[in-house]
Design a protein around this ligand. Structure first.
Ligand code: NAD
Length: 477
């Protein structure tokens, strides 16, 4: 099938905005390195126009009925499902991950939009008990226009998350999705427009990230910052938001610990965790990263992990049978080479992988390192790539200490058949999400978010909607 990539533009106040002498960003196919599109970048006047429209869109959408908001979300879910194949191909072309993965991403958005189409009908307030003739009511109102920043690793899922809950809550949104994956975000947005969402309620701008965020966050029109990305950038944006005391939801980095105890069946665990490690070439904030493995199963675990990693078929995500695509951009393989060289120099053992594959695109081999000293950079910095780090531990206390050692706390995984441990471990781990004997770490109805340097606030679930609302109490005499 011929691969077509759409013409790129911004969406400001319901209009496609491109050209006009604006600077552009070259979007590349990570499987070939070839430029596939030129993305127009916002000028200050574009951002000001989007802000003015967002204020107008908010004034309009905050009064939309629950039925009207739900109809848009439900309609967009239906259109996403209908357009699944086309949208999945666009996402694979610009991001690299396999078609199987981008199809799942489309369906994640379908599930999320449907969930919030239902949830909007449950935006209840309450009436307090007061003496006769008096009344007090508590209501929840939309927080206001949201500035939302979505990264490239889930080109469809991240924009979907940035849009669904604010739209359900009655907010307007200015979305800056990643410049590297703009067409996916635009395809999601188009489903919302085609389902009836007014063009001033959700808009898409692209640009030089720091310039866009500092301009939008300086505006009093924006009442909430929603950011997914690295801890470092998140901290900088929170400081900007603090100037105007804007509400924040921060989905930041992680360094997922995976505790594997002696009592497990090693093959069962490996069959689950190895594909989970290498999905999206490891560029996942909830990726399992530090495998904290108990003595009794350690050797078999390392051997089995490396065997499975070596068997993974890496290639163009559009090709049938490929299990892992390229990394999303040229920065990632460079980061892998740097981190792996440092880990080996520090005394870690390279069990497999460790190198780029081929000389075009951004491919990197599934990599397993064992016995990596805690001082190595990769044991402290989020690798965000196809690298598993496996270290040996003797006791549960040491394993828990290692899991909690870093300032991150997004996703943790634990594998044990011991009933006592299954009950006691969740309370001991500093994490926003824990997967116990599973790799499932999210769902449309489940709050998604971290603790410590992994951020605060939630997306998905009723909590994701609550994060877009402010509370008002009215006392009547
Ligand atoms: P980065 O930290 O510069 O960018 C991450 C995302 O933030 C990108 O989408 C980028 O456009 C955006 N961004 C960067 N500076 C910004 C600013 N000042 N204002 C607004 N948005 C800004 O670097 P990167 O090379 O794209 O990724 C590097 C690291 O970021 C990864 O190693 C990983 O740790 C982290 N990351 C995390 C997630 C996540 O899902 N939490 C996603 C992508 C990247």
């Amino acid at each position: 099938m011929a691969q077509t990539y759409p013409a790129l533009h911004m969406m400001i106040d319901g209009e496609r905005v491109a050209g006009g002498g604006r600077r552009t960003f070259a979007v590349r196919n990570p499987a070939t390195g070839a430029t596939i599109g030129e993305l127009p970048l916002a000028e200050v006047a574009d951002l000001d126009r989007a802000l003015e429209a967002a204020a107008r869109g908010f004034a309009r959408w905050r009064t939309a009925s629950a039925a009207e908001r739900a109809a848009v979300l439900e309609g967009a879910a239906r259109l996403l499902e209908e357009r699944k194949e086309d949208i999945a191909r666009i996402a694979t072309l610009e991001q690299g991950k396999t078609l199987a993965e981008t199809r799942i991403e489309v369906m994640m958005n379908v599930g999320l939009f449907r969930f919030y189409a239902g949830e909007v009908h449950r935006l209840y307030g309450r009436v307090l008990v007061r003496p006769a003739g008096q009344r007090a009511t508590v209501t929840h109102e939309p927080v206001g226009p949201v500035a939302a920043f979505a990264p490239w690793n889930f080109p469809l899922g991240n924009p979907g998350r940035k849009l669904a809950a604010p739209i359900a809550a009655g907010c307007s949104v200015i979305l800056k999705a990643a410049e590297e994956t703009p067409a996916s975000a635009l395809a999601v947005l188009q489903c919302l427009y085609d389902a009836g969402l007014p063009g001033d309620v959700a808009q898409a701008v692209f640009g030089e990230p720091a310039q866009v965020s500092s301009h939008l966050l300086a505006s009093p029109i924006i009442r909430k910052l929603s950011f997914t990305g690295s801890t470092e950038v998140g901290k900088a944006l929170m400081k900007l938001a603090a100037e105007d005391l804007k509400r924040t939801t921060m989905e930041l980095g992680g360094h997922g610990p995976v505790l594997v105890f002696d009592d497990v069946d090693v093959d069962t665990v490996l069959d689950a965790v190895v594909p989970h490690k290498f999905r999206n070439a490891g560029q996942v904030c909830v990726a399992p990263t530090r495998f904290i493995v108990q003595d009794g199963v350690y050797d078999r675990f390392v051997r089995g992990f490396a065997e499975r990693a070596k068997a993974i078929r890496v290639g163009d995500g559009l090709e049938a049978g490929v299990q892992m695509g390229p990394m999303a951009n040229a920065r990632r393989p460079e980061a892998m080479e740097r981190l792996i060289a440092d880990a080996v120099a520090a005394g870690g053992t390279l069990e497999c992988g460790g190198t780029r594959i081929g000389n075009q695109g951004f491919f990197f081999a599934p990599t397993v390192l064992s016995g990596v000293p805690l001082s190595a950079e990769i044991m402290n910095e989020e690798p965000f790539g196809p690298v598993a780090l496996i270290n040996r531990y003797a006791t549960e206390d040491d394993m828990v200490a290692e899991a909690n050692r870093l300032p991150y706390g997004l996703a943790a995984y634990c594998w044990t058949r011991d009933a006592r441990r299954q009950k006691t471990l969740p309370a001991r781990l500093e994490t926003g999400m824990l997967a116990l004997n599973t790799t499932t770490i999210g769902g449309a109805d489940a709050p998604f978010g971290g603790v410590k340097w992994s951020g605060h606030g939630h997306e998905d679930g009723p909590e994701g909607l609550a994060a877009c609302l402010v509370t008002k109490t009215v006392h009547e005499g």
